[in-house]
Every structure is written in structure tokens, then in C-alpha cells.
Ligand binder design. Structure first.
Ligand SMILES: Cc1cc2nc3c(=O)[nH]c(=O)nc-3n(C[C@H](O)[C@H](O)[C@H](O)COP(=O)(O)OP(=O)(O)OC[C@H]3O[C@@H](n4cnc5c(N)ncnc54)[C@H](O)[C@@H]3O)c2cc1C
Length: 505
């Protein structure tokens, strides 16, 4: 798919053709949020003529992208069916963003108890040591996810989409088998997402993935996490915060490839300081069960013992048993479904979007693609997804928030850039005693004064960068940042008070 390129260098993007359309930004028409309001859109692309298919649209996969596309298409008057073989809401709701963020909150309490002492708080539970109960967190999480599953089903029912529980297998360009039955549709939409991938090595069968880690029967007191992407980093923060002895192994020299180099280095320093045993340039050679748990032999000759080993070494498009061999749907070199900017595959009646197309693996991106697809196919509205300046966060401790160009990508894209950086201890930690440093960085295109990259490692970076992303998309200059009055005392105000360009260490 011709994704026009997230700000180069950002992670979760496999297809990096082209550059951000930076100069186009101010003229890009903005969409209003119509997620619950499709009735305002023109409904003139749904054929009134009765076709011979059971449905106008059959969506495979009720995850972020599939549900959004199904709901919107049904709202436009299309006859829609959606099939799900595992869980309503897909990866994000069940084994992704939502449970992960709940566990991040849980993990942050660990430090919160310690921080509170500097503010005068005392706890007298268990000799002044708070105790964490895994079963309570896990089971409360399950209850909440079940509630969300039901909401997703109700939303689809309410929109008038027919929901099928079962595995969908494509039989031909217009037909899908679900269980013993076959259903036809004028258009098929593949939104089957991704699946964690564990490389093959001796003992790989003992490794867990992010799919299982949320629901372990017992809390792993010693956890080894393998991988250097955002999922690995986030789980290291979660389990370290919950009290596990956590080791993170990454085969490269520094994790979080694709993020700004300063961000990577600062995050590594803070994560190691927070207690994660962070080891780079090392991999697992083998895992075997033995006395006292799993025994790992590493490529540097050392050994480790653990109660669980989590592999977060990447995800692959989920095409298992989908029946693609029965149709002409082309895959790209990464095994993802190839689509054009309208999410059309090489088979004219079949479309695909979300993680299965190997683009930016983020829920808001899948949602935006689902909306754009439904509008274009059933609402006759051509509003392409704008992939520029997509903000993203890593919910480690402290958080990473980032939008726009990394310094490395900006140096390639612009003739001259000006950098603004600061590292400081947040006000809260003057009393908490926590030795945590916040890092902030602005990257400015010197010729135009436009701010083209903003990066932060610090508390609530995800929340802060979401707002900053609007400014960057609107084309804000450094002068506009400077003339914005700060909110005092906050961490975020530093972004509007960075006066002196950074001139090197
Ligand atoms: C641990 C983790 C943390 C994450 N955290 C974040 C985050 O913080 N922020 C963020 O934006 N993104 C996050 N993501 C990514 C996000 O979850 C995905 O980008 C998003 O869910 C993709 O949506 P999708 O619709 O493409 O696919 P999915 O949500 O994966 O949905 C695909 C659905 O299709 C179903 N399916 C597959 N094959 C079939 C079949 N043959 N028949 C019927 N049904 C089928 C699957 O069961 C699944 O429910 C995270 C992912 C993981 C794994």
C-alpha cells in the first residue's frame, strides 16, 4: 500500500515509501468526528438495486478496523455481516492496548506507595510494605474486558450488522464459509489483524507471548522478556513495577529502533534505573525446564533462571486458515496483504485494512482506515487517511511520547534543523525522592521555523504529546510555541519555554 510515510524513523511502520507531506499540511481538509454520527454523511453509494449476494459487505475480524468499518457501512444502509473467531473487539480490547494500560496503571502504584512517603503518607500494612495480588488485578481486568466485549456486540447489533461467531474461510472472491454454512457478499473486507511470532530455537515452546501473559495463573516472580520493540519495553515496565525480578534481553545495541536516538538512550537509562535488568546485544540460545523453573542459556554464555519467558519479538499478519489460496490476493515481501490507498487488494471484490496490511500497527490507524473504507465504498465520500504526524506513545516508566521527525530523519529531510532539549527532575520528585529524569526535545526546520518533531520521556508523555500533535499538524512554528503561555507549574510548560537552541553536550 502506498502509505505516504509516517514521519520517517517512527516505529510500527513497515512500509516507508515517500515522505511526510509536510508542506501540504495546512490545506489538508480535516474530517469531523463522525464515529457515532454517520447519518450526516451522504448515503448515495449503496446500491438500491437488490443484488444476488447475501450481503453488501462481509467483514472478517471484529477488531478495531473491522468493527469500525462494519458499523459505519451499516449506518450508510449497507447490508453488513461481520465474523469473529475469538474475541469481540480484537487485539486492542482483549490482549493489547486496553488490558496493557490497565496493567500499566497497576504497575505505577508500586512506585506511588514509595513516593507518597515524602509527602507525609505512611502505610502500616505488612510492615509498611504494600503487597500486590496478581489474581485481583487479573480477574478485575477480565471482568472489564467482558464488559467491553458485550458493548462491542451491542454496538454492532445496534448498527444493524449481522454478527457471526466462528472462523471465516474465503471460498471464492464473493463467498465465505463460516462453520458449515456459506455466505456471499458483494465485497469482502479482511481485517484479521496480527499474531505474535516466536522464532524457532531449542525450547521455544516454553516461551509465552503477549496473548498469554495477561492471564497467567501465577504471578511470575522472575520474568525474562525478549525483544526490543514497544511491547517488550512496556511489559518490562509492567512486571518490574508489579514487583517481579524482570530481565529484558535485546539482540541489538539499543532497543526501540526507529525512535529518536536521544529518546532511546534516555529511556534505557531510566528503565535500568527503575530496576529492570536490561541487557543488550544478547539473545536466548535455548530454554529448558529444570529444577527451580526455566533455565535459559544466552548467546554470551551466561545462564538465567526464570518462572516465565515472554517473547515480544514481533507480530505477523494473521492469515491462518483464511483461504487466501482460493483467491487472487497478493502479499508483500513481509507477508502482509498488499492494498492500495483505497484498501483494495489485487482481487477486485476483496479489501483489507489494519494490522493485516502491515502498516502502522496502531488502533487509531485501524479505526481511521475502517472509517475511510466505509465512507468511500458505501458513503461516496473520499476522505483518505492522512498518515502524517501520527503521534504515538510507549507506556513504559516514565512514558515516551513522540510525534513527527526523529532527529536522524529530520537531518535527512531538511537542509538545516535547530534542536531544543532539556533534561530535568520533575517538581513532584523533589519531595518523592524518586531519582527520575524527564527529557524533552523539539526539532525545528530552521528555514521555515516549523516544529517538525517533538519527543518526550517523562510522566504522562502520551497525554501531553496528543495535544502537541494537533499543533504540529496545524503547522505550528517555534515562534508560536514561544508565544504560547505555559500552564504553571507543569512539566508540559517546558515545551513553550525552551528558548536556547541546543549546541551540543
Ligand atoms: C500487547 C499489545 C499492546 C498494544 N498496545 C497498543 C497501544 O497502546 N496503542 C495502540 O494504538 N495500539 C496498540 N496495539 C496494537 C493494536 O492492538 C492493533 O494495531 C489493532 O488491534 C489492530 O486492529 P485490527 O482491526 O487490524 O486487528 P485486530 O484488532 O487484531 O482484530 C482482528 C480480529 O480478527 C479476528 N480474526 C482473525 N482471523 C479470523 C478469521 N479467519 N475469522 C474470523 N475472525 C478472525 C481476530 O480474532 C481478531 O479479533 C497493541 C498490540 C499489542 C499486541
Amino acid at each position: 500500500m502506498a502509505i505516504p510515510g509516517q514521519c520517517p524513523g517512527l516505529p510500527r511502520m513497515h512500509i516507508a515509501s515517500g515522505e511526510p507531506r509536510l508542506l501540504d499540511l495546512p490545506t489538508i481538509p480535516r474530517e469531523h468526528n463522525v464515529s457515532n454520527d454517520v447519518s450526516n454523511d451522504v448515503n448515495n453509494n449503496v446500491s438500491n438495486a437488490v443484488n444476488n449476494y447475501d450481503y453488501d459487505l462481509l467483514v472478517i475480524g471484529a477488531g478495531s478496523g473491522g468493527v469500525r468499518a462494519a458499523r459505519m457501512a451499516a449506518g450508510f444502509g449497507a447490508r453488513v455481516a461481520i465474523v469473529e473467531n475469538r474475541y469481540m473487539g480484537g487485539t486492542c480490547v482483549n490482549v493489547g492496548c486496553v488490558p496493557k494500560k490497565l496493567y500499566v496503571y497497576a504497575a505505577e502504584y508500586g512506585k506511588g506507595f514509595k513516593d507518597a512517603r515524602g509527602f507525609g503518607w505512611r502505610t502500616d500494612w505488612h510492615n509498611d510494605k504494600p503487597r500486590f495480588d496478581w489474581a485481583t488485578l487479573r480477574d478485575n481486568k477480565k471482568t472489564e474486558i467482558s464488559r467491553l466485549n458485550a458493548i462491542y456486540r451491542r454496538m454492532l447489533d445496534g448498527a444493524g450488522a449481522q454478527v457471526f461467531d466462528g472462523h471465516a474461510r474465503i471460498i471464492d472472491a464473493h463467498t465465505v464459509a463460516i462453520g458449515g454454512a456459506r455466505y456471499s457478499a458483494e465485497k469482502l473486507l479482511i481485517a484479521t489483524g496480527g499474531w505474535p511470532h516466536i522464532p524457532d530455537f531449542p525450547g521455544s515452546e516454553y516461551a509465552l507471548t503477549s496473548n498469554e501473559i495477561f492471564d497467567l495463573d501465577h504471578f511470575p516472580e522472575r520474568l525474562v522478556i525478549v525483544g526490543g520493540g514497544y511491547i517488550a519495553v512496556e511489559f518490562a515496565g509492567i512486571f518490574n513495577g508489579l514487583g517481579a525480578h524482570t530481565t529484558q534481553l535485546y539482540r541489538g545495541p539499543l532497543f526501540l529502533r526507529g525512535f529518536d536516538a536521544d529518546v532511546r538512550a534516555h529511556a534505557a537509562q531510566e528503565i535500568a534505573r527503575s530496576g529492570v535488568d536490561l541487557r543488550f546485544e544478547v539473545n536466548v540460545e535455548s530454554i529448558r525446564p529444570g529444577k527451580g523453573g526455566l533455565h535459559l542459556t544466552l548467546t554470551d554464555g551466561t545462564t538465567l533462571q526464570a518462572d516465565a519467558v515472554l517473547y515480544a519479538t514481533g507480530r505477523k499478519p494473521n492469515l491462518e486458515g483464511l483461504g487466501l489460496e482460493n483467491v487472487d490476493v497478493r502479499l508483500n515481501q513481509h507477508g502482509a496483504i498488499e492494498v492500495d490507498e483505497q484498501y483494495r487488494t489485487s482481487e477486485p471484490s476483496i479489501f483489507a485494512l489494519g494490522d493485516v496490511t502491515g502498516g502502522l500497527e496502531l488502533t487509531p490507524v485501524a479505526l481511521a482506515e475502517g472509517m475511510a473504507f466505509a465512507r468511500r465504498q458505501f458513503g461516496a465520500l473520499e476522505q483518505a487517511v492522512d498518515y502524517d504526524f501520527i503521534p504515538t506513545a510507549v507506556f513504559c516508566q516514565p512514558n515516551i511520547g513522540t510525534v513527527g521527525f526523529t532527529e536522524e530523519a529530520a537531518r535527512e529531510r531538511f537542509k538545516d534543523i535547530t534542536l531544543f532539549k532539556t533534561t530535568f527532575r520533575a517538581l513532584k520528585h523533589t519531595l518523592s525522592g524518586r531519582d527520575e529524569k524527564t527529557f524533552m526535545k523539539l526539532i525545528v526546520d530552521t528555514a521555515t521555523d516549523r516544529v517538525v518533531g517533538v519527543h518526550m520521556v517523562g510522566a504522562d508523555a502520551g497525554e501531553i504529546i496528543q495535544g502537541i500533535a494537533i499543533a504540529l499538524r496545524a503547522g505550528a512554528t517555534k515562534a508560536m510555541f514561544d508565544s504560547t503561555i505555559g500552564i504553571h507549574p507543569t512539566t508540559a510548560e517546558e515545551f513553550v519555554t525552551l528558548r536556547e537552541p541546543w549546541r551540543g553536550d
